[in-house]
Design a protein around this ligand. Structure first.
Ligand code: HEC
Ligand code: HEC
Ligand code: HEC
Ligand code: HEC
Ligand code: HEC
Ligand code: HEC
Ligand code: HEC
Ligand code: HEC
Length: 549
């Protein structure tokens, strides 16, 4: 949807009105061009048309982008710096229109001419200089006309590192920013930055909707209805594949409104993070590929985190009837209002190990309990490969809610819950050689390994019916250590346990001759659901629309 409207600036309207009164309704009267001469005449950044009103030159024509952008923090970037009390000349380059964020070489814009027209992070910070375009807006498209922005985090693939970093969000949102927020560095070390390759070397990040709508940035935007033009659009070749970049989650113009409030969504996000509507929640839009067995496909669970959190995932054995209050409200309740982001995107203050200066984590590794470095910040070199204990990781996500006391309490809840889950999954199927194939004992263990060699098998029927064994296998693939959910049960400890307990009951009822469960598992199954006592919730259950799968 184009937001371009050819509405002239206010003084033209007066002239237009005068001509209307004099009867000349069809005459567009222009007293002047809709831009001022660029203060930096070398690089042609136009900046503000009227600085006091924060009226950008681009916004003279693109009025809706002007309206939306004016509500963002970018439109306030100069004042925030100037009033901070510790501004210095070198600070201004990221808080003004300069070469930062676009393909222009330094020094440009504010860095060349300190004119108020260049205050704040304006359109041209991301789009590049606009003189050619405003001089001839209807001219055929070329590299600079109109000036296109990047949805990538960096410049073109293959550019030298410094040239590359200078060309998009990363130019400003890096550890050298005023508060030392490491948004770029963390994102670059996160799973969202990866061009995912399968074991055979093919890319998952194809640009077709089948996989790309979640795995490739441009395809995700297309799936979400972003039809506008930008630099990387349509560039072929796997070297141009984008992951989930800043501009996938963040709306560069701050246009999206929260349907619940009608207000712009905080932090310029494209979708809200607080809604339990699985098709509207930013994270769940992608993290919900396959959370129940599909009768037409033998594929296992695939990013089931959304439905898992909301209490709706898994193969439900016959008669499955868990404690719905526990299953539907724990970590997906109003006690954790930001849901996925409440645990996975958190600011953390610490010290930069290299410089000894204060630095801030933007939580953009997207890890709930990241490993910490010596400065108390998420460890960019080893974000997720450390022990699950107090000194190794941050447990702030668990303690901030006030539900889990201190970090030590959180660790013991995590450990206990993980142990119980591992015992339950091992009873159903213990993939001892971790190859994700069910094999007979002693290669594997658990019930499923007992009947892989028993023909005719009830195990895989291929008749479109999900057997008790297939259902159990699906749930274990989802919940085991290294399984598709990946949370060691944390996303929904009560649902995880309820599913596996019901699987064990159903397997024994369906396939006579299976031995009793191990004493440890019997103990778990006799006791209440979950390792941690459920707290009575004072708030109502979240109303959950069923996912469109
Ligand atoms: C004088 C009016 C005017 C001004 C000022 C103006 N534009 Fe445009 N812009 C247009 C018109 C008209 C088009 C449509 C051109 C076309 O369709 O070929 C356009 C198209 C664009 C597009 C491409 C949209 C698309 O989806 O293909 C971008 C990006 C853009 N402008 C950015 C800017 C920026 C950045 C500025 C400020 C430097 C700016 N414009 C200033 C009139 C203007
Ligand atoms: C933080 C970087 C950033 C800023 C600031 C920014 N843009 Fe954009 N703009 C982008 C990106 C990235 C895209 C392509 C993705 C999208 O449309 O969401 C885009 C797309 C556009 C388009 C083409 C799509 C359309 O909807 O017509 C126009 C026109 C445009 N911007 C104009 C502006 C104007 C005018 C301003 C200032 C009022 C502005 N932009 C500020 C990054 C930015
Ligand atoms: C020219 C430097 C620059 C560029 C380029 C830039 N930003 Fe920013 N951004 C800033 C500054 C400075 C602030 C803080 C402004 C303030 O606090 O008033 C900021 C703030 C933000 C915020 C905080 C919003 C909030 O409400 O908390 C988001 C989100 C953001 N930028 C996203 C982006 C994205 C996405 C891009 C790339 C498409 C981008 N920025 C490009 C400098 C930049
Ligand atoms: C490399 C680019 C860059 C430079 C240089 C830079 N900043 Fe910033 N600044 C940013 C960005 C990006 C943000 C937004 C950070 C965020 O919200 O995550 C920001 C935000 C801020 C804020 C708002 C903080 C808040 O918590 O709302 C202040 C104040 C600030 N900067 C001051 C400074 C000062 C003082 C300097 C010089 C010592 C400086 N900046 C230099 C990019 C920069
Ligand atoms: C509805 C969104 C969605 C679609 C469509 C989708 N995926 Fe995924 N996929 C995800 C998410 C989210 C993850 C990461 C979460 C996780 O690891 O549990 C993921 C993870 C993966 C992984 C595992 C990555 C790892 O780190 O182990 C592979 C392999 C994969 N997808 C392949 C595919 C293929 C092939 C397709 C197309 C046939 C596809 N995906 C379609 C959302 C999707
Ligand atoms: C997977 C989605 C996603 C991606 C990708 C992403 N962000 Fe964010 N970002 C978020 C969410 C969610 C928040 C809000 C966190 C909250 O409120 O709890 C946020 C917050 C922010 C903020 C405000 C932080 C603060 O605490 O003031 C800035 C600035 C920001 N992001 C910049 C970026 C930049 C720059 C990139 C790319 C390097 C990026 N983001 C990539 C989801 C994302
Ligand atoms: C556009 C789709 C999309 C959105 C939106 C999205 N993700 Fe992801 N996420 C993915 C894919 C795809 C992967 C697998 C990454 C890969 O390709 O290896 C992933 C991976 C992850 C991982 C594993 C990271 C790692 O380092 O292994 C976490 C955790 C995660 N996402 C959390 C979130 C959270 C929290 C949000 C919301 C703030 C979110 N995601 C939004 C698609 C998405
Ligand atoms: C109560 C806090 C909490 C909530 C809410 C939460 N997660 Fe998690 N998540 C975790 C924890 C803890 C882990 C396990 C991390 C570990 O073992 O290193 C995890 C693991 C993951 C992983 C696997 C990461 C990896 O390292 O492979 C993904 C992907 C993920 N979560 C996505 C999501 C999404 C998407 C949502 C929302 C639907 C969500 N999470 C909600 C706490 C949470």
């Amino acid at each position: 949807m184009s937001t371009l409207q050819r509405i002239p600036p206010r003084h033209w309207l007066y002239l237009g009105l005068l001509s209307f009164l004099s009867g000349c309704t069809d005459t567009v009267v222009r007293d002047r061009e809709p831009f001022n001469p660029p203060p930096d005449a070398t690089n042609n950044f136009l900046g503000y048309f009227t600085a006091e009103e924060k009226q950008t030159t681009c916004g003279n024509c693109h009025v809706l982008h002007q309206r939306d952008w004016a509500t963002t923090a970018h439109a306030n970037a100069y004042a925030v710096l100037a009033s901070s009390g510790n501004d210095a000349p070198e600070c201004y380059t990221c808080h003004t229109v300069s070469d930062k964020g676009n393909a222009v070489a330094p020094a440009a814009g504010w860095d060349r001419v300190q004119d108020p027209a260049y205050h704040d992070v304006q359109c041209e910070s991301c789009h590049g200089p606009g003189l050619d375009h405003v001089t001839e807006p209807d001219a055929p498209q070329s590299a600079s006309n109109p000036p296109l922005a990047r949805v990538g985090v960096l410049g073109p693939a293959g550019a030298s590192d410094s040239a590359s970093v200078a060309q998009s969000c990363a130019a400003c949102h890096n550890q050298n920013s005023g508060p030392g927020v490491r948004a770029y560095e963390e994102w670059a070390a996160s799973g969202h930055a990866k061009s995912l390759q399968e074991e055979d070397g093919t890319f998952v990040n194809d640009v077709s909707p089948t996989c790309g709508s979640c795995h490739e940035g441009r395809a995700a935007l297309a799936a979400w209805g972003v039809t506008s033009d930008y630099v990387e659009r349509g560039q072929p070749g796997s070297e141009n594949y984008l992951g989930q970049t800043c501009a996938v989650c963040h709306d560069p113009h701050g246009t999206a409104l929260d349907p619940a409030t009608g207000e712009p969504i905080a932090h310029q996000l494209r979708y809200p993070i607080s809604t339990p509507d699985i098709n509207q929640n930013l994270c769940m839009k992608c993290h919900q590929r396959r959370s129940e067995p599909d009768q037409t496909s033998s594929r296992g669970p695939h990013s089931p985190q959304g439905p898992m959190l909301l209490g709706d995932a898994g193969y439900k054995p016959a008669g499955f009837d868990p404690d719905i209050q526990a299953v539907a409200t724990t970590h997906g309740s109003e006690r954790n209002p930001e849901l996925c982001a409440g645990c996975h995107v958190n600011r953390l203050e610490g010290t930069d190990v290299a410089t000894g200066q204060p630095a801030v984590s933007a939580g953009h590794l997207f890890l709930a309990i990241p490993c910490l470095d010596a400065g108390g910040l998420p460890d960019l070199a080893n974000p997720d490969g450390c022990a699950h204990d107090v000194p190794s990781r941050s447990w702030a996500a668990c303690t901030a809610s006030g539900c889990h006391g201190d970090a030590t309490t959180a660790v013991s809840a995590f450990t206990l819950s993980e142990q119980r889950l591992n015992q339950l999954t091992a009873q159903v199927w213990n993939d001892l050689n971790a190859n994700d194939i069910v094999e007979a004992a002693p290669t594997d263990g658990g019930y499923l390994s007992d009947f892989v060699n028993v023909p005719p098998t009830e195990y895989v029927t291929n008749d479109g019916r999900i057997t008790a064994a297939e259902g159990a296998l699906f749930n274990v693939r989802m919940l085991k250590d290294g399984g598709a959910d990946g949370s060691h049960g944390v996303h929904n400890p009560f649902l995880a346990e309820a599913l596996l307990r019901a699987n064990i009951d159903e397997l024994r009822a369906t396939y006579p001759g299976l031995p009793q469960a191990s004493p440890a598992v019997q103990d778990i199954m006799k006791g209440p659901l979950g390792a941690v006592t459920k707290r009575p919730l004072s708030r109502p259950l979240i109303a959950r629309p069923t996912a469109a799968r």
